[in-house]
Design a protein. Sequence first.
Length: 942
Amino acid sequence: MTEQVSLLSDAVTPMLRQYRAIKAKYGDAILFFRLGDFYEMFYEDAELASRELEITLTSREAGKGQRMPMCGVPYHAAEIYIGRLVKNGHKVAICEQLEDPKLTKGIVKRDVIRVVTPGTVTDLSILEEKANNYIMAIILDRDRGRDREGAGLAACDVSTGEFLVTEITGDDVERRLVNEIARIQPAECLVGPGVRESENLWGFLSGFTGLPCTDYDAGHFAPGPARRVLLDHFRIASLEAFGIDDRSTLAVGAAGALMAYLGETQKSSLGHIAELKVYSTAGYMTMNASTRRNLELTENARDGSRKGSLLSVLDLTITPMGGRLLRKWIEQPSLDLGEINRRLSAVEEFVNSLVLREDLRRLLRDVRDMERLVGRVSCGLGSARDLVALDASLNVLPDIKRALGGCTSPALRSLLSRFDDLGDIHDLLEKALVSDPPATVREGGMIRDGYDPDLDRLRRVKNEGKMWIASLEARERERTGIKSLKVGYNQVFGYYIEVTRPNLHLVPGDYIRKQTMANAERFITPELKEFESQVLGAEERIIEIEYALFVDIRDRVSAQAERILGVARLVAELDVFASLAEVAERRGYVKPEVNAGDSIIIRDGRHPVVEAMLDGVFVPNDTVIIPAENQIMLITGPNMAGKSTYIRQVALIVIMAQMGSFVPASEATIGIVDQVLTRIGAGDDVSAGYSTFMVEMIETREHLVAAARRRIRAGSGSGPGHSLVLVDELGRGTSTYDGIAIAQAYVEAMARAGGCKVLFSTHFHELTRLEGEIDGVRNYHMETVVREGRPVFLYKIAPGPVARSFGINVARMAGFDAAFCRRAEQILKDLERRNPERLQLSLFGMVEAASQMESRGQRDDQGAPVGIDGSITGDGAVGDAPADEGSKGGAQCDGTGRGEAEWEIEILDYIRNLDIDNLTPVEALQKLHELQQRLRAAGQVD
Ligand code: ADP
Ligand code: MG
């Protein structure tokens, strides 16, 4: 610790100079600067860390009478503190001493050995077990020739070694990229060229709560350097090995930049990142962020926790790897019939064979997080404990292999044929490591006896020395006759012989006085010193040798990372298959038939989550969608009748089938669905500054865009499947007639577009007349009966529109008193008496008028002055406006420049507000007269 002392005196400046030089290279990270047994932080880093970690902020001499803020954490507890900072979105640069301070004069050499960032954490105590932790790099190129855009996206989970890349080209790139980012849910994002320039994309990224975005130098994304980084890392000559085309410059750019960043921050071989998996978003069901949220696939929409999500019902996995894979399957339902059927048949075998399932699930309990353990080992971070945990998993692999021996499905047979039980690695670890090594790797105690002859010999030497010392006490008591003589040890003087004051006269001549205590003296003998150095020398060597052996073992395991990860992924699949089978068995799910057709036929379907949470019995329902007949299902029914549940259950059953799960039904035939779109709920996207209604309109518009795109694609004959569209109460966020108008226009447009199966729940009874008017539109309703004035929901879907609405019954159930409900019923009767159709027509007339106005307005720009000009409108002459073309537009406006449409609204409002119940016939005539006068004055009536 010579250095620490000197820090406080005149050597302050060189140390600070070193600190500053290192800090300058890692400006965006909190620098953990190793000083002896502590990591110290200085200046702003110290202020920030002391706040976030709730540790004391002190200060230290910084030369010339100045002081600098400082705080520190003990090195052995650093991982916890680093974890906390990283969790809060910070980066931490760990700066180590690269030389032994005891052997160095002056300043010890130091450098950063690793930067921990939110997307590169490998500490198992920070990471969520059953979720991946991705770091992502994106690049957007909006200018690739005519109308072409492209994007590259790479994602890596450093903790498991998974490395993915995709290139998105064609139309609507930004939207598809955003969907993909929403699926991946990265923990950190490297921002490449073009990303900030895109309002949509950048808006999305900045709205992503707590996502740290790092601008990464554009040079890293350039195809040349990016390719070189990838070739170097994977030690290959061409990226074609991964199926990457040289022309995929965006995929290469994103992947290369990400790899460069990982190299810079991790400063280790990252050998477990052994494969670059190229994928296409077109291989999976498309869902945008709000669809995922609305369907509550992995978290509930209320508080974002797992409770109440599809995942919470389906996840009976036992291993962390299995948990992560299941989540992935839910988030990425497949479009590949072969793959879907492979999974379904494996699940089926586990459903049919209880013994196989139970054996496997019992064995899986001993399997630890193999992926992440290997990940830590490959990053040079794994401890002997990590290796022992890995070994415990390897221990059960042969049993798992044996348990699978009797399986018959081709899916499981093929998996079994690839199942490597990693016996060699298991043997190595068994032979090399003790079963309960310490947490640190620098104090020995890790390597088993018999593994290394040198180590064994040193241990013998050390033990002999210790035994000699241990027996010394008895020997010397005998020789000197001092009964209270003691042999002890302390850090400063080493071993000593202690004699109490009254016995000092008995001390023999060969004792050398070393230390005087209050009532005793401590001595050494030359012989004792010799054994002491034998023990301590051996101990030091042992620690050195153990560390070297450990590193060698770790490297040897690390070299097999790819093999181990291969098996870990098979184990994950087995875990998921058995879990899905277990759920199927417990909840009575059946194997769906998935095909390339375009119908969806479900018998006795149930909502998997509502069913699981319901106290009572869930009422099953059929769904038969054959696009030529009922492409659009219009579902009416009162509130609480089960509409929302029903439409969601159809989507969830489709998703479950395509992820390879059995489904809650008695029978299901699912024509592959390649996209699920939703318009559900009233979520304000406040962060993006949109009102509820605006969000509703934006989402709805997306359906039309998607439908139109599908038609273009269908025309070119590519792509399987249909889109499934859920609309829950469209047009609620605005006035009734507005809402109906938009809802009807939507139904018309979706029917025209084709290619989408639409489940449309609505309380607008007016829409039910569209059946028969528009091909493919069919009415359904949720059955409800009234008993003793109260609606009783049967939760059964039936053909045809709902006969009546039950709002007032529900109000009664909610506790409104009889008088209130009677009045409401009276008003309802009144409203029903008046002809709603007429009002509606007038509304459409209004829309038409508005669009006419628009075109006139354009004409007016070019010529005749209209309305607002005082010369025409000033003295009520408007009513007598000449009937020539040029001023006809003027007749549409009153003295305030208002248009026909606004007039109509005013008049409708006037009529609406008349208190007809208290109006005499004469008064009514007067009102009519008044209306006519006003219209005349405005030139609306000749
Ligand atoms: P709506 O959308 O028509 O207002 P919901 O779908 O929200 O109705 O359903 C209201 C409640 O009714 C649900 O929360 C659930 O408790 C119950 N429910 C819905 N469908 C069923 C069903 N098929 N069987 C039993 N209970 C159901
Ligand atoms: Mg509802």
